[in-house]
Design a protein around this ligand. Sequence first.
Ligand code: FPP
Length: 236
Amino acid sequence: MIDFDRIPAHVAVIMDGNGRWAQSRNLPHMAGHNAGMLALKEIVKASSTMGVQYLTVYAFSTENWKRSMEEVSGIFKLLVLYIEKELKELHENNVKVKILGDYEKLPKDAVKSLQRSLETTKDNSGLQFNIALNYGGRDEILRSVKKLAMEVEAGKLKAEEITEETIVKYLYTAGIPDPDMIIRTSGEMRLSNYLLWQSAYSEFIFTDVFWPDFSKKEYEKTIEIFQNRKRRFGGR
Ligand code: FPP
């Protein structure tokens, strides 16, 4: 049973296995992403009802550009469709959308949709739904380090004044607490360049379920596993 007094504040997810889900049904890869979008809808809703404060999903990595043009453009089409279909409901449910990553390099219509979702939901105070798009953990750290180096060059900052806090200030996740748990579906046990800095003390939960089959019930199971872990943050 889930202890509703100890719901993780920040849940991060690697939505993996859409392709294998489709393959196992003899369906095209895109059908897997489509089903993945439906799963995502359910998890956003469940997070909001359970009182999760931040949900961060890995929708497109800086490495995903290596996939076929057909798949890449399919994912972005799906993203636009998702926003068109869901924005109203997200807003009604007080969800605040935020994007992590260099999303302005995405196709124009996707950027437009994303900006509309950011603008519409910016004052909402419920679940914060972070979508990692064109996101990479190393890229994020590199970007922060460059900004700090520029401040040093400009004489605004001294090298010895660089601290964890100054690095964090320039991460996409500035102002967001580190994830309490990171879920990866489909049996893969890697971080794949996701939230490298932020995951220092996160609990990792791996499940064999493919992302499109990751239901509210499966989600609740992972939260139970999380609640049974003992977190020490390096202490005793
Ligand atoms: C991983 O499955 C999934 C992705 C790279 C894309 C995730 C996209 C969605 C869940 C749907 C779209 C929703 C939004 C908001 C963009 P995979 O293709 O790597 O699966 P495989 O490892 O089995 O091939």
